[in-house]
Design a protein around this ligand. Structure first.
Ligand code: ATP
Ligand code: ZN
Length: 292
């Protein structure tokens, strides 16, 4: 009997493709590309990778053809709006951040969701848009397009659009401005709501736990400093996303200590300035390679 293998689907090419592969490699999986370019096999674990159009990933995962998938939350949420549809988000992956937003020509006088009443809004996300409008008690006409939504207002096909935005450059280039956020999105790991084969499930659990480690260590930093003992409460408060810091004696000093902490969130220059102001000195911020 051939050993069972877990199948994970990722985007073939596009905004999530590169980072998805990077994440899998960072989790310690060694990839062998197949001749076709459309699949990889993992050398050191029973895992196969399929490279697909992102829109097809939810279907394959829901049908149990693939066990796990990596897609934008926007794609998953559009599929599951109004019901689970056999899919669930396992964890956010920390890349591919964007938001699904309603945007209109710069001249549009927007005073909250009520201003959208009676408008024609073009989108490739009809379910999410309709859900947003219903929750806001607004009746508007949802126009479903397959793509190129941002040109709809200029062609007078629609008064407004509902589309993905990251920097806003595309909107600006089309004379549009974002008015309201329908969904905050990033790449997520998805799996089916039905239970997996126990052997496959064990592989999925191990992969998920490694992914958690990689994602957690991405922004995490190891921070070290010296500080007056009296400044400890203030310093603990400033350190972003740190638990209880490790406090060590400094040779020949009773009034000062060494403080070490793992910060789970980004450490900005502002954080270092605040630490200095609180009395810290010799502050070091180090990257963390792995975390579990
Ligand atoms: P495919 O060929 O796989 O169907 P696509 O054209 O649908 O690709 P991409 O444009 O590569 O998809 O976007 C994939 C995902 O990247 C989106 O679903 C979204 O989650 C995320 N994303 C991040 N920033 C943006 C952005 N500015 N515009 C569109 N998608 C973005
Ligand atoms: Zn797509």
């Amino acid at each position: 009997m051939t050993p069972k293998r877990l199948h994970i689907a990722i985007q073939k090419s596009g905004r999530l493709a590169e980072r998805s592969l990077e994440l899998i490699r960072a989790a310690g999986y060694r990839l062998n590309r197949s001749a076709s370019d459309l699949a990889y096999s993992v050398e050191n674990a029973p895992i196969d990778l399929w490279c697909l159009r992102d829109d097809d990933i939810p279907t394959f995962v829901a049908d149990g053809v693939a066990d796990l998938g990596v897609v934008g939350r926007n794609v998953l949420a559009e599929r599951t709006a109004g019901g689970s549809n056999g899919l669930r988000e396992v964890m956010p992956l920390g890349f591919g951040r964007c938001r699904l937003a309603i945007a209109a020509p710069q001249s549009f006088a927007y005073r909250g969701p009520g201003s959208l009443q009676g408008l024609r809004i073009a989108t490739t996300y009809p379910n999410l848009l309709q859900q947003y409008l219903s929750e806001a008690g607004v009746e508007a006409r949802v126009v479903t397009m397959r793509g190129a939504v941002e040109v709809a207002p200029r062609l007078t096909l629609a008064d407004a659009i509902c589309d993905l935005v990251s920097t806003g450059a595309t909107l600006e280039a089309n004379g549009l401005v974002a008015l309201a956020t329908v969904l905050e999105s990033e790449a997520v790991l998805v799996r089916s709501t039905r239970s997996l084969d126990p052997d496959i499930d064990a592989v999925a659990e191990s992969l998920t736990s490694r992914f958690r480690g990689v994602v957690a260590s991405q922004d995490a930093k190891y921070v070290m400093m010296n500080a007056p003992r009296s400044a400890l409460p203030r310093i603990t408060e400033i350190l972003p996303g740190a638990g209880a810091p490790t406090v060590m004696a400094l040779a020949g000093r009773d009034d000062a200590v060494a403080v070490h902490a793992v910060c789970q969130e980004s450490v900005f220059w502002e954080t270092l300035e605040a630490l200095k102001e609180a009395g810290a000195s010799a502050i070091l911020v180090l990257p963390i390679e792995k975390m579990m």
